[in-house]
Write a protein that binds this ligand. Structure first.
Ligand code: GLA
Length: 726
């Protein structure tokens, strides 16, 4: 609910309140964000004092207690007296880098705003409201519209900024954050999700210290290294207690999330497109729209924050062609064959898969052009007839005849130098004139800022998609950007290329979505290098990591779970020993871990013995049986893989709390291990539950006294318990 009174803007959600206020000088102050309160003017919390070296705006005359340097702000400015991180920075026509924003007006609208060409949360009828507050620099007439989307039922507040040049001279935008959020004190922990290729999104928690702490990416993608989702929380916050804030950027390119702990021990979070490499020229009348940022505040710990994210992402962000129907269990041939496959081999895999209840065969990399290794072929999106002699026209009906759907892998943004596409259009790859290009995985990046490049790739892939009944596409992206220079953009505008690339990507994804509404697109960037809310708007699931080792996946999926629901997390059962780590893990464990995501298989089913096949068939059946619970239940982390408890556990609990699926995986074994009593979360204290492992217990007993897990001998053992209310 949005309440406006005397230029005080109060945004109430079910459990939280957010407030800002345009003060007498027209500065938009941030006055509160936290547990829901009744309202009123919360700016009484802001104290004014004469602080040394905190300057005062001209209009306050001799008053020395009013300074932008000490005031909490909604969208911090640059060069006019606030020395903390700016949300906006611009170079004006006279060369000055000054932006001073003052209140101009506001508007409240029913429904949620949308952002043209950019992903954004959306609401069905009545679920959301929009507030637009307009600020302007009176000298240059640079105008900023701050958008707030309020999703009351999800405790979700979305933000974006539209920056318009209403002046007569061009302005160079050097920084345009999506979000600026000031906190009255810096007694907070900063939680980030960091890693590397094959080890993404590891949970990292550190107390704030004076100065700026930031994470981000300058790779042109959101990256494996840092995720555009961060948290701030009180030092004592845990799963069930304490104030915490989650902030996510709906963006798949380079970003920055910076927190500053100021001289007066206040904190400021600024999040947006990476300012490094960014410079956007706004001619008179032109506008720049930032990507959307989203916020969830939970007054009582991480679990309920996670539930808000998961519900909102599922219902108001992911556009799933299956719309509530179960997505298919798939088998992917990558780790089974790599590039070495042909039609016969794929049909063999499909035949084995059909017997296990698997519903979709995904033909991964290597089916097109002259692609026998990762040194060539990218860009030539036509079937390799020596591997698939009859083309997809022959192969797909054969796979369908076995009862499976058919999907394929593409990497549309890339080109190999050894390809017909590159030979015809070498200038379509990013790269500055006169410089050798830097290769990544021996490939170059296509200039997706250019319409003709996108059109050519689009029509080639469309032709493939139309040549047979294809219901799934894995959209991969296997390198970071470098040599970012576009032949189609003038020298002084090259600072726009990174962002225009992402806009080009989104335009392409949207085109595919519109043209093939039934096509399920799975995002991927060497696994989880572009696992972000921006991609999830177009691709409702994303291959979570190239690391399919179930034990490493515990850490990856744990970190991923804070913001992203299980139905978005691509997870497969792969071979043991694992292809990436050579670690052996029991099949039961691999199955249970993959059920923490979208569940599928990625191994040579022809090399699996009968006993293992029986287990896999049971896992597939179990996954289908528990699908609703996994895809739509509330997710509870019961134990952290980063802790020293020696096990990792999680649960999916149905929203009405009548069912739960509890999963637990132990670590490496040791002699004489302590007995394990697992305390559950999220059950109904007043109900009794029958546990599939044996026994019937009251909900409060299971949550406080715990469930006695039977002893598990050996490394990385797993159990899965199904609980049903009696
Ligand atoms: C990336 C993906 C893998 C696989 C290979 C194919 O690494 O993440 O799953 O598709 O590319 O080259």
């Amino acid at each position: 609910m949005i309440h406006v009174d005397n230029n005080i803007f109060t945004l109430h959600t079910r459990r939280t309140t957010y407030q800002c206020k345009a003060d007498g000088h027209g500065v938009l102050l941030h006055t509160y964000y936290g547990a829901r309160v009744s309202g009123g003017d919360l700016s009484y919390r802001i104290r004014h004092a004469d602080r040394g070296f905190s300057p005062n705006p001209g209009e306050v005359g001799r008053c020395r207690t009013y300074s932008l340097d000490t005031l909490p702000q909604e969208y911090s400015t640059c060069g006019v007296g606030d020395y903390r991180i700016p949300a906006i920075a611009a170079e004006n026509a006279d060369g000055s880098q000054l932006v001073d924003l003052r209140f101009q007006g506001y508007e409240v609208r029913q429904g949620k705003y949308a952002l043209e060409g950019l992903p954004a949360f959306f609401a069905g009828g009545g679920e959301a409201e929009t507030l637009v507050v307009t600020l302007q620099d009176s000298t240059t007439r640079l105008t900023v519209e701050l958008y707030y989307g309020v999703f009351e039922g999800y405790d979700l507040i979305c933000r974006a900024a539209r920056i318009i040049n209403r002046g007569t001279q061009p302005v160079r935008l050097l920084r345009a954050a999506s979000l600026c959020l000031d906190f009255p004190q810096d007694n907070l922990d900063f939680i980030t999700f960091d890693g590397r290729h094959t080890m993404e999104r590891e949970f990292c928690r550190t107390p704030l210290r004076p100065g700026v702490q930031s994470i981000g990416s300058v790779r042109g993608t959101s990256s494996h290294q840092h995720n555009p989702f961060v948290m701030l929380c009180s030092p004592s916050a845990d799963e069930d207690h304490g104030l915490c804030f989650g902030a996510a950027l709906l963006y798949s390119g380079g970003f920055e999330a910076a927190v500053e702990s100021s001289q007066f021990r206040e904190a400021r979070l600024v999040m947006g497109v990476a300012p490094h490499h960014f410079c956007w020229t706004l001619g008179p009348g032109e506008a720049f729209t930032t990507p959307e940022a989203a916020l969830v505040c939970s007054p009582d710990g991480f679990a309920s924050m996670t539930h808000c994210w998961h519900r909102a992402v599922r219902r108001c962000l992911c556009r799933d062609p299956y719309e509530g129907r179960r997505r298919p269990v798939l088998v992917n041939n990558w780790e089974a064959t790599y590039f070495d496959f042909n039609a016969e081999k794929l049909v063999g895999i499909a035949r084995e898969a059909a017997a296990l209840g698997i519903e979709l065969l995904v033909m991964d990399d290597g089916w097109f052009g002259s692609r026998d290794s990762d040194f060539g072929g990218l860009g030539d999106w036509s079937v390799n007839r020596s591997k698939l002699p009859g083309g997809l026209e022959a192969l797909v009906p054969q796979i369908q005849g076995l009862g499976l759907g058919f999907g394929l892998w593409v990497e549309p943004e890339m080109v190999s130098e050894d390809s017909a596409l590159y030979r015809a259009h070498p200038d379509w790859a990013l790269g500055a004139p006169g410089r050798p290009q830097t290769r990544g995985r021996s490939q170059l990046v296509l200039d997706f800022t250019r319409r003709e490049v996108r059109d050519a790739v689009y029509s080639a892939i469309c032709e493939v998609l139309r040549s047979a009944d294809i219901c799934y596409m894995k959209w991969d992206m296997n390198r970071s950007l470098s040599d970012v220079w576009s032949a189609a953009i003038p020298a002084q505008r090259q600072g726009e290329v990174y962002h225009r690339y992402v806009l080009g990507l989104y335009e392409m994804l949207e085109r595919f979505r519109r043209e093939f509404p039934g096509l399920l697109i799975e995002g991927c960037s060497g696994g989880g290098g572009r696992f972000d809310l921006g991609m999830l708007y177009y691709t409702p699931q994303i291959w979570c990591s190239d690391n399919t080792d179930a034990v490493d996946r515990l850490r990856i999926q744990y970190g991923t779970s804070f913001c992203y629901p299980s139905c978005t997390v691509g997870a497969h059962v792969s071979a043991s020993p694992n292809e990436q780590t050579r670690r052996a893990a029991p099949l039961e464990t691999r199955g249970i871990v993959a059920m923490g995501g979208t569940f599928g298989f990625e191994l040579d089913l022809g090399r699996v013995d009968e006993q293992e096949k029986a287990v896999m068939a049971k896992q597939t059946a179990d996954y289908k049986k528990y699908y609703r619970l996994i895809a739509e239940g509330d997710y509870y982390r019961l134990s952290s893989p980063f802790g020293d408890e020696g096990y990792t556990a999680w649960a999916h609990v149905s929203p009405d709390r009548t069912e739960a699926l509890v999963s637990l995986v132990t670590g490496p074994t040791r002699a004489a291990l302590p007995f394990l009593c697992l305390r559950l979360r999220g059950l109904d204290a007043g109900k009794r539950y029958r546990v599939s492992g044996g026994g019937s217990y009251a909900g409060d007993v299971l949550m406080h006294a715990g469930y006695p897990v039977p002893p598990l001998a050996g490394d990385y053992q797993a159990v899965q318990l199904y609980l049903a209310a009696e």
